[in-house]
Structures are given as structure tokens and as C-alpha cells.
Design a binder for this molecule. Structure first.
Ligand SMILES: NC(=O)c1ccc[n+]([C@@H]2O[C@H](COP(=O)([O-])OP(=O)(O)OC[C@H]3O[C@@H](n4cnc5c(N)ncnc54)[C@H](OP(=O)(O)O)[C@@H]3O)[C@@H](O)[C@H]2O)c1
Length: 290
């Protein structure tokens, strides 16, 4: 068993993956647009992730656009049998790097084919429909039409499993009337705890919850309480933030993003970190603050 696997596993669609995975978004250029500053370094991060036991990669063809998928293909294709690549559709990029909704049936079919082509796959294992009613967070709105279109691509054999991203509990319930929802990917971390109740509900139904921005996103978490727990444990604040998520609920799968092999190794080593009840109480209190 690799050290990464010591954090345990969880079901993701028809597959079982290590709870510590990797999110590839940070491999594209600044603003998730254009190529990386250092392509060999980006390829090295992907190869090291898999070498260290990561078997769950998160990506999208709108990162770059196309860039992260092309890097994944160059670094890792032909893929190991146990590697699960999860992608997402529902957005596109403007020439100015903006993020725009792309929710029509034609947009979604194009996005699925773009992902297949750039990843070098015949079928996508898991595709998240990324809701864009508000680009920055979940907002109500019907997902019936786009999800029905995605389910049709699933029926045609282009997609095995479907998940939802940036969604509300109402949208998840609506989604479940259309197709099976195997995972939910929303913004959640130590200090951004709006999905606490949702995570517990999804755990009850055996559904994976995959927090994006687990380290705080483009501006990683900063907190003196987090630093104090990390110092006591001889760990780094980012490792403690990940260990807290691992202990928060068994259905949480982590996809911390980094463009650095050093940070990758540090993040994966959080699998071995155990927080005691005092640490958990200190960290839980961070999420209670307004
Ligand atoms: N569904 C969605 O809408 C959505 C939205 C955003 C992201 N995502 C997915 O979620 C994944 C994770 O989110 P994210 O990458 O944006 O945010 P994140 O994992 O919360 O944090 C990434 C940031 O933390 C830094 N970092 C990583 N490890 C570190 C360490 N050990 N010490 C110090 N800094 C560290 C990274 O910089 P360095 O590169 O310098 O390490 C980067 O700036 C993405 O890769 C993407 O796959 C999904």
C-alpha cells in the first residue's frame, strides 16, 4: 500500500479510488489560461502524483482551455488501469480568459468530444455537469435540459457516470430524477462550510463529495489557529487543512491542486496525519466564524 492510500478509499461511480487525489487545474497558465510557465515541471507533477499512489485526477477541457487535458495525456497516456480521470463540462472560455456558461445540448456534446480527444479516451469515466447560474457559487435554476442532454451522451456510451458541480441540494434532487449522480463537487474547506449538512446527506446515500478549493483556492488558507495546530503536530498548515477534510466525513475525496512537485508530496503526506479531538475542536471553530 502506498502512503497516499493510507487515507483510505471511497467509491466513485463503479470504481474505488484513494481518498487523496489530485486536481490538475493549477497546471495551466496564470488565471487557468494558456500554457504553463514550465511544461516539463507540469508533466513531472502529474507523473509524480501517479507514482505516489494517486488514482483520481480531476480536470476539465476548459482549463487552459485544452491545456491540462493535453498535459495529462502527454504525461500519463496510456493510462494505468486503476486511474480514474474525472472531467467537467458546462463552461467555456472567452478570449479574455472569462468563464462562460456552455449548457446547450450542442455545447455539451462538443465538450464531451473535446475531453475524449484531448485525453485520448474512448469513454469518460465520470463527467461533472458544472452549473453556471452563478459562476462563483451555487444558485438555483433548473438543470433538467443540460442534464438530460448529458444523460443522452451517457446512454450513447461516451460517459460512464455523471456528477454535479457548483450545485444546490434542490438541483441534486432534480438531477437524481434524471440519472444517477455519483459525486458532487462544490466549494468547501475549513473556513467555507456552507455544505456541512449536504455532505452528511450525501454520505448517507454513499455519494462522494469532492471539495474544490480544499486549500482555499487561488489564495491558500491563512489562519493563526491553523498554524498553531500545524506547529504542534510538526506538519504544515496545508497538511492540517487536508487532514481535517479527511476526518470530516468518509465520503470526502480530496483533489488539492498544485503546480509544484514539492507541494504535491507535502499534500499527499497528509494521509498519515491524525488530528486529535482538541485539534478538531480548534479547527472546527474556524468554520463557525462569520
Ligand atoms: N468544479 C469547479 O468549479 C472547480 C473550481 C475550482 C477548482 N476545481 C478543481 O479543484 C481542484 C483544487 O482546487 P484548486 O487547485 O483551485 O485550489 P486548492 O487545491 O485549494 O489550492 C491550490 C492553491 O494552493 C497552492 N498550494 C497547493 N499545495 C500547497 C502547499 N502544500 N503549500 C502551499 N501552497 C500550496 C497552490 O499553489 P502552487 O501551485 O504554488 O502549489 C495553489 O495556489 C482544481 O485543481 C480543480 O481540479 C473545480
Amino acid at each position: 500500500m502506498t502512503r497516499t492510500a493510507s487515507a483510505g478509499t471511497y467509491r466513485l461511480g463503479a470504481r474505488t479510488v484513494n481518498r487523496l487525489g489530485y486536481g490538475a487545474m493549477q497546471l495551466a497558465g496564470p488565471g487557468v489560461f494558456g500554457p504553463p510557465k514550465d511544461t516539463p515541471a507540469a508533466l513531472a507533477v502529474l507523473r509524480e502524483a501517479v507514482a505516489l499512489g494517486v488514482n483520481h485526477l480531476d480536470t476539465s477541457d476548459f482549463y487552459g482551455p485544452h491545456i491540462t487535458n493535453q498535459l495529462i495525456r502527454e504525461a500519463l497516456h496510456p493510462y494505468r488501469d486503476d486511474l480514474v480521470i474525472v472531467t467537467k463540462v458546462g463552461a467555456t472560455r472567452g478570449d479574455d480568459a472569462s468563464w462562460k456558461p456552455a449548457f446547450s445540448a450542442a455545447d455539451l456534446e462538443r465538450a464531451v468530444h473535446d475531453n475524449l480527444r484531448h485525453l485520448g479516451l474512448d469513454v469518460l469515466e465520470v463527467v461533472n455537469l458544472r452549473a453556471m447560474f452563478d459562476v462563483h457559487g451555487p444558485a438555483e435554476g433548473s438543470i433538467e435540459a443540460p442534464l438530460t442532454a448529458l444523460a443522452e451522451l451517457q446512454r450513447r456510451g461516451l460517459i460512464r457516470h455523471i456528477g454535479l458541480s457548483n450545485v444546490t441540494p434542490t438541483q441534486i434532487a432534480q438531477g437524481r430524477t434524471i440519472t444517477s449522480i455519483v459525486c458532487v463537487q462544490n466549494h468547501y474547506n475549513l473556513v467555507h462550510r456552507g455544505d456541512d449538512a449536504l455532505i452528511d446527506q450525501l454520505a448517507d446515500s454513499g455519494t462522494a463529495y469532492v471539495p474544490f478549493f480544499p486549500l482555499g483556492g487561488f489564495t491558500p488558507l491563512q489562519s493563526s489557529a491553523l498554524n498553531a495546530v500545524a506547529a504542534r503536530l510538526g506538519a504544515t498548515p496545508m497538511q492540517v487543512a487536508l487532514a481535517w477534510l479527511l476526518q470530516r466525513s468518509p465520503n470526502i475525496l480530496l483533489i488539492p491542486g498544485t503546480s509544484s512537485v514539492g507541494h504535491l508530496r507535502e499534500n499527499l503526506a497528509s494521509a498519515a496525519l491524525e488530528l486529535d479531538t482538541d485539534d478538531l475542536a480548534t479547527l472546527d471553530a474556524l468554520g463557525a466564524r462569520p
